[in-house]
Design a protein around this ligand. Structure first.
Ligand code: ATP
Ligand code: MG
Length: 731
């Protein structure tokens, strides 16, 4: 059995899997099997060493990655035990723990999770209440300052007492930022709400302030594992260090060359620090890549070797050289879209690829539009990750706001959204009055409304407010006995929300109505999916669990594995994923590398790591395109080809031009199309003597073709083919 688990691993991978106790660090290049080793190690701990799944904590980059890991472990072990693992993103795992422990720091265990919109809205209100200039104190700017503070474990009090921070804010002409932070934190607390950063910050606080809680989880998590370790920030690292302090069975896997979140506070120093923090760290290096063709690996090495600050390592592969990388010059962003859509169509016809074998990666979300139009024109199914996701649509947020108020009536942000939607005669003046009282008395808005009579409200308004409160209380009375769907169904019906949308027969109205139906479908699906069994909390399919789950969904989680669609996403979102065919668009100066990140070596090196991440997603074929001009910020701009393209030796490239729909295949170089851009001067002709990438092992061996994992991702996102019979009753 144990031999089966480690079958097929190479020596270094096996060494990592067999290492049982004590700190372990795997620093390895892209596609070298880091995630696979982590998965196998968990299976081996369970299958061979009989470590209980309940005692293993694993932190992944997306919840989807966690679901896939569980699936694979179950497959390896042939049991359903993996469901008992504590596995997920930092945010989802800590949210789950805080659900049990938040009362220690005065929060209800049913606390609400504020998304960025909610938190920006609270900041806006605080700025208003403090009579500050909202042009200076923009919610985004102040919000990211607060976020950095939390990620640096700086409390409002510490912030206000830190001379350097206050100086910095004064220099930025925003001296009141600390005060806003303080009031923002107080308001979130009053509302029983945590923002995303709080899930880390408060988790840390609970562990530090309450040793009994720390001991409980130190004892529980005998083995701690972290994927994508290079992108953990200081707070995340501090927490895992605390959790692992008793047993020191901590295994981190990462690649310094793929560290791409320094703006979120993650730094390469993590990797170096780990070896300082533990004195008996076992370090394993993996250098053989199992993902990509020889050419792709050679190019990835060439690119990353331009970075100075990195741990030396070189990827190699036994896979065949494969095809050259297509370097495509297009006229414009629209032309780029056409080129890519045409190429996908052609590849599907010639090489029997399906839509899902393609990914289109870009540096900024705005670039997706041109691709979308062209894909639609050719009827190629696609899905965009990022941008406005399902759960960010207004009607979906409105519905969820009702559910949030039912769970936590102190959630002012949700309450404000729905108290007079659909319109029920609780006007702006009434609300402003109530909000003022709430502020003065430092109490939640809901409590003010509940006491409306004693606060002087009369007549029809008073009646409306009382009816509203009664309705919410009715929903709340269902919570103990009913599952999430049953409560949501009643909410849709009695709030009037579904009816309101149903009555809107405009095209947008119909789409909104369908979205809400879709949401109900997904809640139904959630209630019918067996829950994880955790610490006595068996089979909880209640509304609170549902609300927590969706608050933490990322776009990558919201993916149906079997959907045959081309995937469009930013390079950041593509981390850890792999696709047979990858297009990277917008390879132009000021776009990739971003114009905002070329002022220091550090910034530029991070952009280069981002490019390295993008290139190493591809298994078989890779296209790089750059446009002579493109619309950016409403203006047509002409850009030079990206400096990164010049770091790729010509021998690996197959250069193609596209323009006005007609494409020329130019073989090597750009032939007669006279142009004098720096790029073409450099890449005027074929380098000659192409004899493939450097490899360390015999080249004849075919690429590894492993068994395709068939993960069954049990999720509760909207599903097109699942229509519960009874939502029709809602109208
Ligand atoms: P990234 O840096 O992009 O996160 P990674 O190092 O986590 O990559 P994995 O995703 O674990 O790499 O593995 C890359 C691919 O190589 C996967 O398809 C995996 O199944 C395959 N692979 C890894 N190790 C082996 C092996 N020993 N034999 C066969 N296939 C392997
Ligand atoms: Mg990985």
């Amino acid at each position: 059995m144990q031999d089966d688990i480690i079958k097929g691993l190479n020596d270094q991978q096996r060494e990592a899997v067999l290492h049982k106790d004590g700190p372990l660090m795997i620093v390895a290049g892209a596609g070298s099997g880091k995630t696979k080793v982590l998965t196998t190690r968990i299976a081996y701990l369970m299958g061979h060493h009989h470590i209980d799944a309940f005692n293993i904590l694993a932190l992944t980059f997306t919840n989807k990655a966690a679901a896939e890991m569980k699936e694979r472990i179950n497959k390896i072990l042939g049991s359903g035990e993996a469901r008992n693992l504590y596995i997920g993103t930092f945010h989802s795992v800590f949210a789950k723990i805080l659900r049990a422990e938040a009362h220690h720091i005065g929060y209800p265990n049913s606390f609400t999770i504020y998304d960025t919109d909610d938190s920006r809205s609270v900041i806006k209100q605080v700025v208003k209440d403090l009579n500050l200039d909202d042009k200076l104190y923009k919610p985004n700017i102040v919000g990211s300052r607060i976020s950095s503070a939390k990620n640096g474990l700086i409390s409002p009090a510490e912030y206000l007492n830190d001379y350097h921070i206050m100086q910095e804010d004064a220099r930025q002409n925003r001296p009141m930022t600390g005060k806003i932070y303080e009031m923002y934190a107080a308001r979130c607390y009053k509302n029983g709400a945590m923002d995303f950063d709080d899930l880390l910050f408060k988790m840390h606080e609970v562990l530090v302030r309450f040793p009994q809680v720390l001991h409980k989880y130190q004892h529980k998590f005998k083995y701690v594992m972290v994927d994508e370790y290079q992108d953990t920030n200081a707070t995340q690292y501090a927490i895992i260090k605390l959790l692992a302090a008793a047993n020191e069975n901590i295994c981190v896997v990462g690649d310094d060359a793929q560290s791409i979140y320094s703006f979120r506070g993650a730094t390469i120093e993590n990797i170096l620090q780990f070896q300082k923090d533990y004195d008996n760290v076992k370090v394993v290096k993996l250098e053989r890549n199992y993902r990509s063709s020889g050419t792709i690996i050679s190019v990835a090495n060439e690119i990353i070797n331009n970075n100075k600050g990195q741990i030396p390592k070189e990827l190699w592969t036994e896979a065949p050289v494969g095809e050259k990388i297509k370097l495509v010059r297009v006229l414009s962003d629209n032309d780029e879209g056409h080129y890519v859509a045409d190429a996908i169509k052609e590849q599907k016809l010639r090489n029997h690829y399906s839509n899902k074998d393609f990914a289109i990666l870009y540096r900024t979300n705005a670039q997706s539009r041109a691709y979308e139009e062209s894909l639609r024109r050719l009827s190629i199914a696609y899905k965009i990750y990022g941008g406005l996701s399902f759960y960010q649509r207004k009607e979906v947020k409105d519905f969820i706001a009702y559910l949030r108020v039912v769970i936590n009536p102190n959630d002012d942000e949700a309450l404000k959204r729905i108290v007079n939607y659909p319109v029920r005669g609780i006007g702006k003046t009434t609300l402003e009055k109530a909000a003022t009282i709430a502020n003065q008395r430092d109490m939640p808005l809901y409590n003010v409304l509940k006491a409306a009579a004693s606060l002087g409200l009369k007549g029809a308004t008073l009646e409306s407010v009382q009816q509203f409160i009664q309705m919410i209380e009715y929903f709340q009375s269902m919570l103990a006995k009913s599952n999430a769907y049953d409560v949501a169904f009643q909410v849709g019906k009695h709030s009037g929300l579904v009816k309101e949308l149903f009555n809107d027969k405009t095209q947008e109205g119909v789409a909104r109505y369908e979205n809400v139906q879709e949401l109900l479908n997904s809640i139904k699906e959630f209630t019918e999916t067996p829950a994880n069994i955790e610490d006595g909390e068996v089979g909880d399919r209640g509304l609170a669990t549902y609300i927590q789950d969706i608050a933490l969904l990322t776009d990558a989680d919201n993916d149906k594995e079997d959907a045959d669609v081309v995937k469009l996403m930013t390079v950041h979102a593509s981390k850890g994923l792999e696709f047979p065919c990858v297009f990277i668009g917008g390879m132009e100066e000021t776009l990739f590398p971003s114009g905002m990140s070329i002022n220091t070596r550090e910034e530029l090196e991070e952009e280069r790591r981002l490019f390295y991440v993008a290139v190493t997603r591809a298994k078989e074929k890779l296209w790089l395109s750059y446009a002579q001009s493109r619309y950016r910020f409403g203006q047509l701009t002409a850009n030079d080809a990206s400096r990164f393209l010049m770091e790729i030796p010509s021998i690996y490239l197959d250069k193609t031009m596209s323009g006005g729909g007609a494409r020329n295949h130019m073989g090597g170089g750009f032939g007669s199309s006279a142009s004098t851009s720096a790029f073409e001067r450099l890449h005027g002709g074929r380098g000659g003597g192409f004899d493939g990438p450097v490899r360390k092992k015999e080249p004849e061996k075919p690429a590894y073709i492993g068994p395709k994992p068939t993960p069954k991702v049990v999720e509760h996102q909207p599903s097109a083919n699942f229509v519960p019979s009874d939502t029709s009753k809602l109208q």
